[in-house]
Design a binder for this molecule. Structure first.
Ligand SMILES: [Zn+2]
Length: 344
């Protein structure tokens, strides 16, 4: 398997100082991939800048100018969570462009699968609002671009970040060509992602939300993948799978209260890779969203690459959750979601 990764030091120019979403995240990932020798097994893909036209597939032109102007004025806070530095606009257009290149590399057959190691992240950004550390919605832009450029009939987006990808959901809420599935802690930031949010018009049923109570771990996530995401994906039959890979679902992450381990992430990725192999010729693109415990983030990203490469020996240096909370029962929730989406 040839696996590509997108990375460029431009992503470190988005300088958020002591903010939890900072340059140390990508530095930790790259240094771990180097130290473990994994980087040598990967094909480097250089990102490009997304054009205004490409950003406009998801964002209003006025909003794009607003972000560009904010950077030119020296940056600052866009909302209570989201901060910019003078070079953040440049980093953000390369972040969006990095996911575009990752998608092109897979669609053009340069590599089998890719992981875009980018920041700022994207899944909270809406058409006209920055939020949740996100400026442009990288994965939504890539999905719209792939639909248009490669004339794909259907794309599946799987979002396992611990937060709901409200921006991505909104971008495709009325678009039957994109199935958006999200597992997320709920109720939690940003507040959206209830089971009854399923899409509108012809797109009814193409948003599948799996709002999970705090405390879910590997077993709960695997049940959800096997019982909801796999059958929903098979029924939708995508031509390409994009993944919002957020590792703030890890038990050691300080931003949320889930209990997934590195091993758990590797099992989810194995299921996702299995779906890509079965349904769409293996075409699979990951993009980095959250993940704020540096050791957990680096080990989880490495485990993701290991699965994509077909390596079977998965290192989990942090081990299983010490179970700060008892795992909740989610059987009734799974049943309710299966009923809403007619998954039997
Ligand atoms: Zn997150």
């Amino acid at each position: 398997m040839e696996v590509g990764y997108v990375y460029d030091p431009i992503y470190l120019q988005h300088d958020t100082g002591g903010h939890v979403e900072n340059v140390k995240r990508l530095e930790a990932i790259i240094s771990h991939l180097e130290q473990t020798g994994l980087k040598q097994q990967l094909t480097h893909i250089k990102p490009r800048a997304a054009t205004i036209e490409e950003l406009s597939l998801v964002h209003h032109k006025q909003y794009i100018s607003h972000i560009q102007d904010a950077a030119q004025r020296g940056g600052g806070w866009l909302d209570a969570d989201t901060v910019m530095s003078p070079d953040s606009y440049e980093a953000a257009i390369y972040s969006a462009g990095g996911v575009l290149r990752a998608t092109e590399a897979v669609m053009d057959g340069e590599v089998d699968s890719t992981f875009a190691l980018v920041r700022p992240p994207g899944h909270h950004a809406t058409s006209q609002r920055a939020m949740g550390f996100c400026l442009f919605n990288n994965i939504a832009i890539a999905a719209k671009y792939a639909l248009a450029k490669y004339k794909l009939e259907r794309i599946l987006i799987i979002d396992f970040d611990v937060h709901h990808g409200n921006g991505t959901q909104a971008a495709f809420y009325d678009n039957p060509q994109v199935l958006y599935t999200s597992t997320h802690e709920y109720p939690f930031y940003p507040g959206t992602g209830g089971i009854d949010e399923t899409g509108v018009g012809e797109a009814k049923g193409t948003t599948v939300n799996i709002p999970l109570p705090a405390g879910c771990g590997d077993a709960e996530y695997l049940s959800v993948f096997e019982q909801i995401i796999v059958p929903a994906a098979r029924r939708f039959n995508p031509r390409l799978i994009l993944v919002s890979a957020g590792y703030d679902t890890h038990w050691a992450d300080g931003l949320a209260l889930m209990q997934v381990s590195v091993t758990g992430f590797s099992q989810m990725v194995r299921i996702i890779k299995g779906l890509a192999d079965e349904l769409c010729g293996g075409r699979l693109v990951f993009t980095l969203e959250g993940g704020y415990n540096l050791a957990a983030l680096a080990a989880s990203v490495k485990a993701t690459f290991d699965v994509l490469l077909g390596n079977t020996d998965i290192e989990d240096p942090l081990g299983q959750s010490p179970h700060r909370f008892p795992a909740p029962s989610i059987t009734p929730l799974i049943k309710a979601i299966k009923e809403i989406h007619n998954l039997v």
